[in-house]
Design a protein around this ligand. Sequence first.
Ligand code: ASP
Length: 317
Amino acid sequence: MSTFTLAIHGGAGTILKSMLTPELETKYLQGLQQALDKGYEVLAQQGSSLDAVKAAIMSLEDNELFNAGRGSVFTKKGINEMDAAIMEGTQLGGGAVAGVRNIKNPIALAKEVMLHSGHVMLSGNGAKEFALNRGMEMAPDEYFFTKYRYDQWIEIRDSDFYQLDHKEDNLKGMPSQEKKFGTVGAVAVDMNGHIAAGTSTGGMTNKRYGRIGDSPLLGVGTYANDATCGISCTGHGEYFMRAVVAYDVSCLMEYKGLSLQEACHIVVKEKLVKMGGEGGLIAVDALGNFELCYNSEGMYRGVRTSEGINKVAIYKD
Ligand code: ASP
């Protein structure tokens, strides 16, 4: 097979046109396109899906508009704690980090964990120590400070609420240019039919100290298997964990013979909806089919294929 496909997301939730100024909308679309192009370039130069996923996600992590890396939301303690995972579908290799601080690109660290730690997941200070030993790029607290995220947190820090970064309640009363959304992911299938998936996030605003979401959990927020699909999720992690979303999609394909589209639809539009789990996912299969599936008002998303499809979008089609 010589075709290839890359899909990305920048978070799903209550994203309405009325909530973004035209300028901000353009910035989001540009950020998505930039990430898509970064990953596509890797695939077009015969690179691996794993490297394409990492390149696309790093671009989104470096963009403060998205809730990952630089633009991560604040925890109840007023700090940033990030989660990320990456997986490749040939050997079913995976790496993840949870609750990490001061790591410039958590997705790069997740890949490092996969390749060089002898483990699958490292958390907190242990992950940081590993990052320092591996010479990963670190960043001071100030690098992760964005005023908008800080203001979002200030609004709810004295409550017991924690929020999806992109829920409308979270945004009430804020001027439109301050409405921020996030969490990022990428899935790709390369020229050799190898699939990879990755997800990176700051989690949910005002989350408890030590709370870990679905994103770094293989089989939940992130999963890749050449025999079925590559998945990256975004949404209310507590529901996605209980629904084991990514592996569920894969299982429906593997054991029930469903298509990528059918499997995604059942899990996102039926199962999660019944449970009350808001969000979505991006998915590819080994043939280059893709799905950008969500049950929320919108999802920052994009897809680019060797067959000439190249689009980014925010709101419901
Ligand atoms: N799923 C992420 C989490 O629960 C949040 C998100 O996708 O926005 O940590």
